[in-house]
Write a protein that binds this ligand. Structure first.
Ligand SMILES: Cc1cc2nc3c(=O)[nH]c(=O)nc-3n(C[C@H](O)[C@H](O)[C@H](O)COP(=O)(O)OP(=O)(O)OC[C@H]3O[C@@H](n4cnc5c(N)ncnc54)[C@H](O)[C@@H]3O)c2cc1C
Length: 409
């Protein structure tokens, strides 16, 4: 039977980082990947340019039932450590807004870097194999460590079930988002098998949809983007919003989707730099002959203003501002700064960039990523109940948690 010190399930961001780190310590490491190719999400990320980290990474950029859990790993392996690695491999990079770091050429550079780091220290990576079962061999060895058996199909290209043995098993199988890129619930099954609890899971960093008349508006405006501030459940983000055929998307909507629950209303400030009520009342005094549409066209695209007009001032569309009552302008101004919409749902795991929730961090050591009740079993990356904001924070969590587990596994 083949034997390794560490078997890592999943050759994504967290699994590859963990593999290189553990092998650098002299551990014999095998990574098992179900898909035909490794690191698919890395390749697709950031529009093919991989937003691999952020200049400013804080625990506040993460959502988890235990907001303190991520702190230890994030400080053990920081964004500066990963930036150093990227520099060592001479990858061409650029900073975009909000401190987001991207590859200039291709996300392939990040994957190639991780593979090179793994190869240098002799990590074995096996893709296209199916893990059928994981079993614990409790205290069967004189070293008093737990050992695990992984039953795998397709290992070494052999289509028959083989058992491989290890003393540390790392679950890095990611989460439910985008099944075609490897999203799976396998990590949750292993957690449950070993008595760990799960927190509720839902799609995160995901576009929001509407039924009814709002959907029709979104369809008509599809492709149009504008900078807005969006708020929900005490959180606010200012960034671009994009209308789509199904509803709304763009960075600001992906960010707020992490805080939105079905049934919640979101508030959109269409003029985040203006007090719209004061602005409209002043314009009525100073530019009374101007039409409201013309005034708004300086701030918001013509097409969108035409839609708002149908909603909020359909009967007085051609009237000059002077003929609007103050009350009507106040009401329109309030809605411009606080357009309340109730999404019918999110696009779900099909397009979500992350899964919120996951393996409950209460059962995991934040210092090592090892399960508290199960020696030798580790969970890293997105499978855990730790999700980042948009902006490179999810990869940073994969690097930090992967490095942490790799330092102990
Ligand atoms: C389209 C898209 C764009 C994104 N862009 C960014 C970005 O620019 N910046 C950012 O920070 N984050 C981004 N993310 C989020 C980021 O990709 C994830 O948070 C990150 O990949 C999680 O790393 P992971 O290693 O935990 O999981 P993954 O990268 O998903 O890796 C898990 C691996 O496990 C494998 N696996 C699953 N089940 C099994 C099984 N049963 N047996 C064996 N292997 C299995 C999968 O095939 C996969 O290779 C993006 C996500 C998506 C979907």
């Amino acid at each position: 039977m083949k034997q390794y010190d560490v078997i890592i399930l999943g050759a994504g961001a967290a699994g590859l980082m963990c593999a290189a780190t553990a092998a650098q310590r002299g551990r014999r490491v095998l990574v098992l990947e179900r898909a035909n190719k490794i690191g698919k999400k890395i390749l697709m990320s950031g529009g093919g340019r991989c937003n691999y980290t952020n200049y400013s990474v804080e625990p506040e950029n993460y959502i988890s039932s235990n907001p303190h859990f991520c702190k230890s790993a994030l400080s053990r392996y920081t964004q500066w450590d990963f930036i150093g690695l990227v520099e060592k491999h001479a990858i061409n990079t650029e900073e975009r807004k909000h401190g987001q770091l991207f590859c200039v050429d291709s996300a392939k550079d990040i994957l190639a870097m991780l593979v090179a780091e793994c190869e240098e220290v002799g990590v074995e990576i096996q893709s296209h194999c199916e893990i059928r079962a994981v079993q614990e061999l409790k205290n069967s060895e004189p070293d008093n460590l737990n050992h695990y058996l992984v039953a795998v199909d397709g290992f070494d290209g052999v289509a028959k079930l083989q058992n491989i043995r290890c003393s540390s098993l790392v679950v890095a199988t990611g989460a439910l988002s985008i099944p075609s890129l490897g999203g799976s619930g396998f990590g949750y099954e292993i957690a449950t098998q070993f008595g760990l609890s799960l927190t509720e899971r839902r799609a995160g960093l995901v576009p929001l949809m509407f039924s009814s008349s709002v959907k029709a508006i979104c369809e008509r405006l599809s492709g149009l983007a504008l900078e807005v501030e969006v708020s929900c459940n005490g959180q606010s983000f200012t960034e671009n919003m994009l209308f789509t055929h199904r509803g709304i998307s763009g960075p600001v909507i992906l960010q707020i989707s992490n805080y939105w629950y079905p049934g919640d209303t979101i508030e959109i400030d269409l003029l985040p730099t203006l007090n719209a009520v004061e602005w409209l009342l002043e314009a009525k005094q100073q530019q009374g002959k101007t039409r409201l549409n013309s005034l708004l066209n300086n701030q918001i695209s013509k097409k969108f203003v035409a839609e708002l007009q149908k909603l909020w001032w359909p009967d007085v569309a051609t009237d000059p501002l002077a003929q609007f009552s103050d009350q009507h302008l106040i009401s329109i101004g309030e809605k411009l700064n606080r357009w309340c919409l109730k999404p019918s749902g999110s696009e779900g795991y099909r397009t979500a960039e992350v899964t919120l929730g996951g393996v409950d961090t209460d059962g995991i050591s934040s210092k090592t990523m090892e399960a508290k009740s199960q020696k030798g079993l580790y969970f890293i990356g997105e499978v855990l109940d730790v999700s980042g904001h948009l902006g490179g924070f999810n990869f940073q969590w994969a690097w930090s948690s992967g490095y942490t587990a790799g330092s102990f596994a």
